[in-house]
Write a protein of this length. Structure first.
Length: 256
């Protein structure tokens, strides 16, 4: 696939995500009993289902990493993410959230994490497979970070959104490098689900930070954490440049 065509595919995917979100905003007044969290879950569920249909209809599931032969030796690569999750968990679990809300949160985490990994470590890696490993990782990482710019359409402080983009892109580098060493996206999905579940469900997590903490404090925290993960991600990028143009695990999978 040419770079121009790959870029057009990525742009089309972003457009589809935006239009889906806008469509749900338009119909929301007709479904008042459904909370904002419920609509976010519906959004992610529709997107994930659409991605699965798209991938399987084109029969590119193996090329997108939907296989169970995972390389478990990549797990240590995620150590900064595990450290952040562990520190967040020390604040304890948020027990004030109702059972129904927690169930919706869990569903959103499951479908959202699966969909995002299929999108960025699956499709994006496949579309840009003719580029070097380093470029694949960077495109996947910045595309993942860029998705969080949709938060600018909400009432959240823009400084927090840009800080999230910075942090998400650094996570994307780590996930991307691990993906380049793996046949499968199953481990990235698992890590993504666990991390999101902890940061959404703990007292020191995203929900509390977005609702109670001062914006300046949230921005500083996100930038500090992002700088740590970018330092590790930078090393992985340097390492990927020494590996050549074809990712070791990817080279064994047909790209037909």
């Amino acid at each position: 696939m040419t770079i121009k065509k790959a870029g057009l595919c990525l742009f089309s995917l972003y457009l589809a995500i935006f239009l889906l979100g806008e469509a749900l905003v338009l119909v929301k007044p007709f479904f008042e009993p459904i909370t904002q969290l419920g609509f976010m879950t519906i959004n992610k569920s529709i997107l994930t289902a659409g991605l699965l249909i798209f991938v399987y209809s084109l029969k590119i599931q193996r090329q997108c990493g939907l296989v169970f032969k995972a390389n478990w030796r990549t797990l240590p690569l995620y150590w900064p993410i595990a450290l952040i999750a562990g520190l967040t968990l020390t604040a304890g679990i948020n027990t004030d959230t109702s059972g129904s809300t927690m169930a919706i949160l869990l569903l959103m985490v499951l479908v959202g994490s699966f969909g995002e990994e299929l999108m960025f470590r699956g499709l994006v890696f496949h579309w840009f497979r003719d580029l070097s490993v380093r470029k694949q990782i960077l495109i996947s990482a910045f595309a993942f970070g860029g998705l969080h710019l949709l938060g600018l359409l909400t009432e959240i402080n823009p400084a927090i959104i840009f800080s999230q983009v910075y942090l998400a892109a650094s996570f994307g580098v780590i996930f991307g490098y691990a993906r380049s060493q793996d046949y499968s996206i199953m481990i990235p999905i698992m890590v993504h689900i666990i991390f999101n579940a902890i940061t959404l469900g703990s007292q020191g997590g995203v929900v509390e930070a977005a609702t109670t903490a001062p914006a300046e404090q949230v921005v500083v925290s996100l930038l500090a954490v992002g700088t740590i993960t970018w330092a590790w991600g930078g090393y992985l990028l340097w390492k990927s440049g020494r590996a050549g143009n074809i990712a070791p695990a990817q080279s064994t999978i047909s790209t037909a």
